[in-house]
Each structure stands twice: as C-alpha cells, then as structure tokens.
Design a protein around this ligand. Structure first.
Ligand code: SAM
Length: 221
C-alpha cells in the first residue's frame, strides 16, 4: 500500500471511529490511538480543512500583544499551538483529554503547561476569569467531542475583555446531533443575550464539502 493510501485509510477509519465513539471516554480512546499518526493524517492536503489557518490569521489580526496568555483547548498533538507560536505568541498552555496526544504535543516544545482534562464532566481545574487572555479551540467540535455546553466554562476561565476563537468543520453543524438544528447557535446567542460574551468575528469558508470550515470569535464581557 502506498503512503498516500495508508493516510487516506487511517483518516477514514479514525473519523468513523470518532463518530461511533459514543461519549467522551470513547473519543479519548480514539485520539489516544490516533496520536501517533494524527499530524500526518490530518495535514495531508486531501484531508486538511481551513479552520486552523482561519483561526491563526484572525488571532494575528485581532490580538497584537504577543505576550498574552493563551489556552489551546482540545489542543490534541499541538498542530495549532505550533502555528500560533510560529506567529510569534509565546505564552501558550494546552488542554486535552488524550494523554497520548499531549505527549506528542509536548515534543513540539510549544506549551508551558499541558493539562490532561476532559471537558464536560465537571468544572476544570482552572481558576475563574483571571486566567487566560485568549482561548483558542481548533477542530474541538464534532461528534462525541465538544459541544456548546463548554461555552460557560470557557467564559469562566477567560478574562473580561479576552477573546475566544473557535473553528471547526462546518459539516458538523448539520451532521452532529449534539450541535445541529440550531442548538449550537441558540446557546451562543443565549450567552450574548445574557451579556456574557459578544460575537466580534465570524468566517465561513465554502469549498469542497468536507473541508468547509467555520470560525467564531467572541469577546468576553
Ligand atoms: C480533531 S482533534 C483537534 C486537535 C487540534 N486542536 C487540531 O486542530 O488538530 C480534537 C481533540 O479534542 C480532544 N477532545 C475531545 N473531547 C474532549 C473533551 N471532552 N475534553 C477535552 N478534550 C477533548 C481530543 O482528544 C482531540 O485531541
């Protein structure tokens, strides 16, 4: 089998496994297994979506102080953390539920602290509102991954005036039952109506269906 074919097969296998994972523990098991080849598989041109590039471009435009304290939420193996560091930011922590992914992330020498935490089960061991200037989350939303229930926790740990950048594949808004039928948008709006955050940026990239990406940027009130 050629290397290209192997990448395609692994990618299809793991995306399918993620969709069938059932819950956060199942997703963690999938990412623990995928950690070794994740970078190669998701960065192959045929699999790459544009959410990561969107996020880093928007971050550079909207946040000019390179010393801000950033949390890379669902950081995985650190692909986006590495891009953010290359953009000049140097105060970045990582959080993910997969210790195998975090081991890979550590090898990149991008993060100051790496936290093995599963969001959605209990309050994260991160202090309230005085911790992060910026929270980024790339490809963290999708079947059996994160959903809008994490927003309140993001708001809790991000400083007032701070930014939250969230990008993921657009198709999950239609296909993932925990996000679809307006659930995602409704919670985003509810928090805005309650003066918790304000939408300050949105990008929708259209292209080949599975590669379409979305980016939402919120500012904490
Ligand atoms: C598609 S990967 C994205 C990784 C990285 N941000 C990127 O852009 O390549 C999704 C990540 O979310 C993590 N994850 C899934 N559910 C989680 C949860 N409930 N809490 C923390 N991390 C979670 C997985 O372990 C995985 O590393």
């Amino acid at each position: 089998m050629s290397e290209g074919q192997a990448v395609r097969e692994r990618y299809t296998f793991f995306i399918d496994a993620m969709s069938k994972a059932g819950n956060a523990e199942g997703a963690k098991a999938v990412y623990d297994k995928w950690a070794e080849t994740y970078d190669q598989d998701v960065m192959a041109p045929e699999n790459q979506h544009y959410g990561r590039a969107f996020l880093v471009e928007a971050l550079q435009k909207m946040v000019t102080d390179k010393s801000v304290k950033i949390l890379d939420f669902a950081a995985g193996t650190g692909i986006v953390g590495q891009m953010v560091k290359q953009a000049g930011f140097n105060n970045i922590d990582a959080l993910d539920c997969s210790n195998k992914c975090l081991e890979k992330a550590k090898e990149k020498h991008v993060y100051q602290n790496l936290m093995e935490e599963t969001a959605g089960q209990r309050q994260l061991a991160i202090n309230d509102r005085d911790t992060y200037d910026v929270l980024i989350c790339s490809a963290g939303f999708g079947p059996n991954l994160l959903n809008q229930s994490v927003f309140s926790e993001w708001i809790r740990i991000t400083k007032p005036g701070g930014y939250i950048f969230n990008s993921f594949r657009k198709q999950w808004l239609k296909l993932d039952p925990s996000l679809n039928d307006g659930k995602f948008e409704k919670e985003m709006q509810r928090l805005e109506d309650n003066y918790k955050w304000k939408l300050v940026g949105k990008e929708v990239q259209n292209g080949i269906d599975s590669k379409e990406a979305l980016l939402f940027v919120h500012r904490i009130c």
